[in-house]
Design a protein around this ligand. Structure first.
Ligand code: ZN
Length: 155
């Protein structure tokens, strides 16, 4: 199951810049600095989001997915990639699967609550249903630095 992506475009072009944009978004967060975006099959940005501490429903990834749905419809995510600065939580990883996201690329690992390989492996664990390709730790050190800075400023 899962989508066969035609080519790993993101490591040929664009992925570095897309994660750069995620880091910019992370810095706009209210609370814990996490940025996310949905990129289309050619690496074009479909939607963006950053964390809003007022509700867990407003995780950066959830916002980006919600906005992408408005543009693509619920069935339009095949071949899309979710980029995020932090490993998605179970809620966001679950949402990505429900929308049949082709791929998830994240920066920093979340050893305490990550659901893309750290604590759980939601995108690849279920025996049936949609599976997404996962690339973790992409520009991870830079992403976790932004995260750490935000924790410091929240104290
Ligand atoms: Zn989340």
């Amino acid at each position: 199951m899962g989508v066969e992506l035609k080519r790993p475009y993101m490591f040929e072009k664009g992925a570095f810049d897309l994660m750069e944009r995620c880091m910019e978004l992370a810095k706009m967060s209210k609370g814990v600095a996490v940025g996310a975006l949905v990129a289309g099959p050619e690496g074009e940005i479909v939607s963006e989001g950053f964390n809003d501490r007022s509700s867990p429903f407003l995780h950066a990834e959830a916002i980006a997915i919600r906005r992408a749905q408005e543009k693509l419809g619920a069935e339009g995510f095949k071949g899309c990639t979710l980029f995020c600065t932090l490993e998605p939580c179970p809620m966001c990883a679950g949402a990505a699967l429900l929308f049949k996201m082709g791929r998830i690329v994240f920066g920093a690992w979340d050893e305490e609550g990550g659901a893309c390989g750290s604590v759980w492996d939601v995108p690849r664990q279920a025996p049936g249903g949609w599976k997404a390709e996962v690339v973790g730790g992409f520009r991870g050190a830079e992403c976790s630095e932004i995260l750490k800075e935000s924790f410091k400023s929240m104290r």
